[in-house]
Design a protein around this ligand. Structure first.
Ligand code: HEC
Ligand code: HEC
Ligand code: HEC
Ligand code: HEC
Ligand code: HEC
Ligand code: HEC
Length: 499
């Protein structure tokens, strides 16, 4: 079987060779992944992205070779009678060429279709997003796996449905590949993500605002920074919705997302931590109330940066929560991975974990030496008799550090505030601080019974609990002056343990 003369050039031959080798490799990789039923993030990258790029380069080289050969032939005045080949299906040679050409084209077209489909799925997969640039995504990927959304794909929240967002995300992905390749990305990655798709089109595909959520019991176990690591429990009944589902979203915390309610706010900084202006519109009656914080003075509001409150203004860390050392050490003490029998362990852990370390390795070493030295100098008998317990505590603290703090990306708990609550970040108290006042004299309330009822609190052995229809006045552990009544909790708690 002979091809037209212009096909006999080095470029065409090399193109054909590259294309066939990549094609065979792709088929081989696909068969391999079917047969062994495995596939790492890298095999997907090779099969559906890198090899196809070579296949396409090979396929492009074939016509490039043909064209350059024809041009050269023409220059050299190689005489050809006709400019185009004459197609004559009565000639067996030409029929055969057409036959093979047909088969190869069909296989390539089907292969491309299948390949693009797989490439689409692969670039939408959690491995692609979370593991490929492992170093950059490690903090988000690790916390994601411990979150209630560990089986919800990254793209469900970060991209959502529809072609336009797919294209947008791939374009921004391209920019990210460039910044990773040339090490241009900021550490930590800045948040909030200002071009994140609105919660209406992501979260609300699975959770919708009209759904009634009942009151929810939150049980927090604290361990005080004293010698005995005294356990101090707090039981809160969160007023997510009204007491009975017949009342819908008429009151409670999820009132903000009721279809009749629109709460808008303006933040004077890009992190949305300072909120000097809030507007509530009752969509049923059209009544509008504007609350401003007089302490901020006169501000000029840019209408473009007014944000309508949605799920993400409270649940901003649904999938990547970075708890503070206070939180994760309390959790480990309550769960028993940290031995609460070791005296001073809570306060010692706070000192060690609230220090900044340049790398994970140096942190792990420091945890080990500091804890060891502390017991050696302060509790000699314990150091002699309870070596195993101390070793256990060191291992558990190192494990907790690695799970929650990521020096290589500069990620510590205070870099990513969680807006649910008000203890270490202002969260709800960004608006609910008794300071935002309307022209009619209404304030956005900080009343301790507005959002939750404290139904139990105190030292665990002598815990006092009451009926869920009642509410205990808050008692602060070790606070004789009642300072919490005057100040926001975060004014002390943001760096309570980092001094
Ligand atoms: C349940 C929804 C959800 C899922 C699933 C999810 N994310 Fe996120 N992600 C968010 C939200 C919400 C933010 C913070 C947005 C903000 O405050 O602007 C965020 C922020 C981020 C950030 C910016 C840095 C930061 O921590 O704020 C990165 C990077 C990120 N996500 C990566 C991922 C990766 C990788 C996956 C999958 C392994 C993933 N996300 C899965 C909701 C999600
Ligand atoms: C693809 C579906 C899906 C999407 C999208 C989604 N979630 Fe979820 N969400 C879930 C599932 C599943 C659970 C776990 C339910 C369970 O454990 O009963 C959950 C649980 C939650 C919880 C309860 C957490 C807990 O500790 O029990 C909150 C809060 C939440 N999601 C908020 C969000 C927010 C905010 C977004 C948008 C950024 C979002 N979700 C997007 C499916 C989704
Ligand atoms: C952007 C400002 C803003 C933030 C942040 C905010 N709120 Fe509100 N909240 C409001 C406004 C405005 C009202 C209505 C005040 C009024 O009219 O009395 C309100 C009312 C409420 C109410 C009373 C609803 C009712 O009528 O029963 C509850 C409960 C509530 N908020 C809980 C929370 C919780 C919990 C958080 C934090 C997770 C929070 N809010 C964060 C602005 C905010
Ligand atoms: C004003 C703040 C605020 C807004 C806005 C908000 N939530 Fe919540 N949500 C809360 C609080 C507070 C809780 C109680 C749980 C807690 O304290 O962690 C809660 C609880 C939940 C739960 C768990 C309920 C349960 O019983 O397990 C889900 C799911 C949830 N919210 C989803 C959403 C979704 C989806 C949106 C947006 C449509 C949304 N929330 C908007 C503050 C808010
Ligand atoms: C605008 C709503 C709101 C108001 C007002 C409010 N809280 Fe809270 N509070 C919350 C939320 C949300 C949480 C987080 C619950 C969780 O852990 O999921 C919380 C948590 C707490 C906790 C548990 C903290 C922990 O980590 O164990 C205490 C204690 C508490 N609040 C006391 C108070 C006191 C005292 C006041 C009055 C000065 C008050 N709250 C006012 C919404 C509110
Ligand atoms: C004047 C500073 C100050 C203010 C304001 C304050 N706290 Fe504290 N808080 C402390 C100190 C100091 C401790 C350590 C207690 C000790 O030494 O036993 C503490 C401990 C706690 C603990 C136990 C912490 C742990 O390590 O597990 C809780 C819970 C707590 N405070 C809740 C609150 C709440 C809720 C508010 C706001 C309503 C608040 N605090 C306001 C100073 C403050």
């Amino acid at each position: 079987m002979k091809l037209p003369k212009s096909f006999y050039s080095w470029t065409t031959a090399i193109g054909a060779a590259i294309a066939s080798i990549s094609f065979v490799s792709i088929v081989f990789m696909i068969l391999l992944s079917f047969l062994t039923n495995t596939g790492s993030s890298y095999s997907g990258l090779i099969t559906y992205i890198i090899l196809p790029v070579f296949l396409v380069i090979g396929l492009i080289l074939i016509p490039v070779g043909v064209i350059t050969k024809s041009i050269k032939d023409r220059k050299r005045k190689v005489v050809r009678e006709h400019q185009f080949p004459i197609v004559d299906l009565n000639q067996p040679v030409q029929r055969r060429i057409l036959f093979y050409f047909g088969i190869i084209s069909t296989v390539l077209i089907l292969g491309t279709a299948y390949g693009s489909y797989e490439a689409y799925h692969y670039t939408e997969s959690t491995e692609f997003c979370g593991k490929l640039c492992h170093r950059v995504m490690e903090p988000e990927y690790d916390t994601y796996q411990e979150s209630p959304h560990s089986r919800v794909a990254c793209v469900e929240c970060h991209v959502g449905t529809g072609a336009s967002w797919y294209v947008k995300s791939k374009l921004s992905g391209l920019r990210q590949v460039i910044s990773v390749t040339f090490d241009l990305y900021p550490r930590p990655i800045p948040t909030p993500i200002h071009n994140l798709r609105p919660a209406r089109e992501t979260c609300e595909e699975c959770h919708w605002p009209q759904k009634f959520y009942p009151r929810q019991l939150v049980v927090n176990k604290h361990f005080l920074p004293d010698e005995k690591n005294t356990e101090w429990d707090i039981l809160l009944l969160m007023k997510v919705g009204p007491l009975h589902n017949g009342s819908g979203l008429s009151e409670g915390i999820h009132w903000h997302i009721s279809p009749n309610v629109k709460v808008e706010y303006y933040s004077s900084d890009s992190t949305r931590n300072h909120i000097p202006w809030v507007r509530y519109i009752n969509k049923e009656t059209g009544d509008t109330t504007v609350f401003t914080d007089p302490e901020t003075g006169n501000i000029r509001i840019n209408p473009d940066s007014v944000r309508v409150m949605d799920c993400l203004d409270c649940h901003n860390r649904p999938s990547h929560n970075f708890p503070s050392p206070m939180q994760f050490v309390n959790q480990a003490l309550a769960g028993g991975t940290l031995p609460k029998t070791l005296p001073d362990l809570k306060s010692l852990a706070m000192q060690v974990l609230n220090t900044h370390y340049p790398s994970t390795d140096s942190a792990l070493k420091a945890i080990s030496t500091q804890v060891d030295e502390y017991y050696q100098t302060t509790y000699e008998d314990i150091y002699r008799n309870k070596k195993d317990t101390i070793a256990l505590a060191i291992a558990a603290l190192q494990d907790e550090y690695q799970k929650h703090i990521f020096p290589s990306m500069n990620v510590t708990w205070d870099k990513y505030p969680n807006h649910i609550g008000h203890l270490e970040f202002d969260g709800c108290f960004r608006c609910h601080n008794n300071r935002h006042i309307s022209s009619g004299g209404k304030v956005i309330s900080k009343d301790c019974t507005l959002c939750h009822a404290i139904i139990g609190q105190g030292v665990s052995d002598t815990l006092r609990g009451i009926s869920i229809f009642k509410d205990l006045p808050f008692v602060h552990p070790e606070d004789p002056d009642g300072m919490w009544k005057e100040m926001n909790c975060s004014e002390c708690h943001k760096d309570l343990y980092s001094m």
